[in-house]
Design a protein around this ligand. Structure first.
Ligand code: PLP
Length: 412
């Protein structure tokens, strides 16, 4: 892999694209390290959304007037940008949703619910975000299927032989994160997909935490469903994508009924629209979709190779420095990680650490990160999580470390 410098990555220039980064918090320059919760938005995204509201605001797909046609063209161009980012075979495979949570629920209810029977199994892993646990639990309650959970090791890596052992002809769906939000672990997706397919299961990959850090290439990953969270990949809140193979989407019933998802409505019988509109009932988040398209184009312009190299150097610097902080325990030390670092500090509640860091202008997340089984696995109620994005700098890593020394002074 090329280094960030070799790829011509200029983080200071990149930072000028993000207006929110240039502010003081409690008298200090903002150090924003809560990217796994949501990322800041580049000017390109803000401008695309403002352009829609200022110039093109109209409902899409049905209007004959100029504004509606411009809005429709922007929305469908956004879909093509997402297809390019995900390396999808066809923009018809891109379903706009509210976020990764809705994408998982859509697959659970539309693909899985009509197909699963008592005795069938859904296989997930111990490192999942609640949004890739609870929809499957609900599905199991509805269908009588059984949820199986593949364990993780003390470093927070999936125990792959256990995942394989839990796969059987009963497994109808395997659903797992590309990147863990609480641990940073990057799963060996292609190998897991191949194993699950060999058992006859379909595979959903929760890519919420992957798209900001790694190229989410569905063709290379070989999965059947891929869920993207717009707001974590520098796009607007309330936006996201479900990617699925066209033949699977064709075979699935609509998730919600309403306007735009129909071809014709009669009281005797309604027929449904073509892909992907069959899954987009009602007026969608038009500005959100357009903003997400701009985020996809932004990521494609910067290039994931350069982004990954830059973030990996931040991760290496942060991991080495944090290990020197007295009483700090890293939670999540898998060999393959994205730039997400969870930790605890002896004798300091994570919320107290987060509050003191905030006084220094440093934004981190504290809590269970919607991954309570992970917390339980590591025997902690909560962690501090610093998550890095494409605009963070080595100096911000150093600011975090200095901030943690302040925390220790307070609790000395
Ligand atoms: N999956 C993972 C791994 C996440 O980290 C999150 C959000 O934190 C989600 C899913 C839910 O994403 P969204 O906020 O887009 O619904």
């Amino acid at each position: 892999m090329k280094t960030a410098a070799a790829a011509g990555y200029d983080v200071q220039r990149v930072r000028t694209d993000f207006p929110a980064l240039h502010q003081q918090v409690h008298g200090h320059p903002l150090v924003y390290l809560d990217n796994a919760a949501t990322a800041q938005k580049p000017r390109a995204v803000l401008d695309a959304m403002a352009r829609f509201y200022e110039r093109d605001c109209a409902n899409i797909h049905r209007g004959v007037h100029a504004l509606s046609q411009r809005a429709t063209e922007s929305y469908e161009a956004a879909r093509r940008a997402l297809a390019a980012l995900l390396h999808a075979a066809d923009p018809r495979e891109i379903v706009f949703v509210r976020g990764a949570t809705e994408a998982v629920n859509l697959v659970a209810q539309s693909y899985a619910r009509p197909r699963l029977r008592p005795g069938d199994e859904v296989l997930i892993t111990w490192m999942e975000h609640h949004s890739n646990i609870v929809p499957w639990q609900m599905l199991c309650e509805q269908t009588g299927a059984t949820l199986r959970v593949a364990p993780i090791d003390d470093a927070g890596a999936l125990i792959v032989p256990e995942f394989q052992r839990l796969l059987s002809t009963r497994t109808r769906i395997a659903a797992f994160a590309h990147v863990s939000n609480a641990l940073g672990t990057i799963n060996p997706v292609r190998a897991l997909v191949d194993q699950a397919h060999a058992a006859g299961a379909k595979v959903l990959v929760d890519g919420a935490q992957a798209a900001p850090h790694l190229r989410p290439d569905v063709a290379a990953l070989g999965c059947d469903f891929y869920c993207v969270s717009g707001h974590k990949m520098y796009g607007p809140t309330g936006s996201g994508v479900l990617w699925a193979r066209a033949e699977l989407l064709e075979a699935m019933p609509p998730y919600q009924g309403g306007g735009d998802m129909i071809r014709s409505v009669r009281f005797e019988k309604t027929t449904y629209n073509d892909l992907p509109f069959k899954f987009e009932a009602g007026t969608p988040n038009i500005a959100g979709g357009i903003g997400l398209g701009a985020a996809a184009e932004y990521l494609l312009r910067l290039g994931h190779e350069a982004i990954t190299a830059h973030e990996q150097s931040l991760l290496a610097r942060a991991t080495a420095a944090l290990q020197q902080v007295p009483g700090l325990r890293l939670i999540g030390t898998a060999p393959h990680k994205a730039a997400v670092i969870s930790f605890t500090l002896d004798g300091v509640h994570p919320h107290d650490a987060g509050t003191i860091l905030d006084q220094e202008g440093i934004a981190v997340r504290t809590g269970h990160h919607c991954a309570q089984p992970v917390m339980e696995r590591f025997g902690v109620p909560a962690t501090v999580r610093a998550s890095f994005g494409l605009y963070n700098t080595p100096e911000e890593v150093d600011a975090l470390v200095a901030g943690l020394h302040k925390v220790l002074e307070v609790f000395a």
